[in-house]
Design a protein around this ligand. Structure first.
Ligand SMILES: [Zn+2]
Ligand SMILES: [Zn+2]
Length: 264
């Protein structure tokens, strides 16, 4: 099983390398040129969010190996988009667009379905926003997400190479949109023509529901435009990050966060 996953090591290593390098570069820049100045101590904040990420790797690594095996098997039975006999590059673009659309839908469902929001709200409970927030997810959200990906990706005939390519493109965007980097408003406006910008995603982490139920895009901002969930503001002076009904100190402890969704 594992051979299939490890048969494309270059793409895999490049994808992991980009995630780590991109995260480190953004972490350094946001230390030099931050957007929000009143934040939790950076080291403490990063330790908490990286602990959650470490826990999620226990799901993501075996899931990645299983996914490689399942997709390889299913493509022998059902080609999905492969039946259109498109040029491989065009096929990869179509599949990557589909995956990004699914990420938009999945994120939106996490806000609209109360049970899913219980887990996703752990991501939103971060009252300090920086690049490490992009790795802060409850393990149950990761588990649900992985379980739904299996049948969907088999149905469209995606290969593990498409998933790795998507991850390679999407992860730096996710890290960038969470980063606490101050960038000129004009640059933010240009960026958001293609990808969700930091200013867009800061609104997505607002305590106000009318603001956090917007800007769901992962890699591309086009879905928010298409489905009328785009919200932009050039001035975020009044923005309060996190969740309204909990004190900041309550939210910033690992075990509290892990148990939080199971509380009545
Ligand atoms: Zn969200
Ligand atoms: Zn976020």
């Amino acid at each position: 099983m594992a051979e299939i996953f490890f048969s494309i090591p270059d793409l895999r290593i490049f994808s992991y390398g980009t995630t780590i390098t991109g995260g480190l570069i953004l972490w350094i820049i946001e230390g030099i040129n931050p957007y929000f100045s009143r934040q939790m101590p950076r080291g403490l904040h990063a330790t908490l969010n990286l602990s959650m990420a470490g826990l999620n790797l226990l799901i993501l690594l075996p899931s990645g190996i299983l996914m490689a095996f399942m997709l390889d098997w299913s493509r022998n039975v059902w080609a999905g988009i492969g039946m259109l006999a498109l040029h491989p590059v065009v096929e990869a673009i179509v599949i990557i667009l589909f995956i990004d659309l699914w990420m938009y839908v999945w994120h939106r469902l996490n806000h609209e379905i109360a049970l899913l929001w219980r887990f996703h709200s752990v991501h939103h409970s971060d009252s300090t926003l920086d690049v490490t927030t992009s790795w802060r997810f409850h393990y149950m959200e990761i588990l649900f997400s992985e379980l739904l990906r299996f049948p969907l990706f088999m149905l469209i005939g995606a290969g593990i190479e498409h998933l790795l390519l998507y991850s390679l493109l999407m992860t730096p965007v996710i890290e960038f949109q969470h980063s606490n980097i101050s960038i000129p408003p004009l640059m933010d406006r240009l960026v958001r023509l293609i990808i969700p910008s930091p200013m867009m995603h800061r609104l997505h982490h607002s305590r106000l529901r009318s603001e956090h139920d917007t800007n769901y895009g992962s890699m591309l901002s086009v879905w928010d435009r298409l489905f009328s969930s785009l919200l932009v503001k050039d001035n975020l002076d009044d923005l309060r990050l996190g969740l309204d009904h909990e004190s900041d100190s309550d939210q910033q402890r690992l075990f509290v966060l892990l148990l939080r969704p199971f509380r009545p």
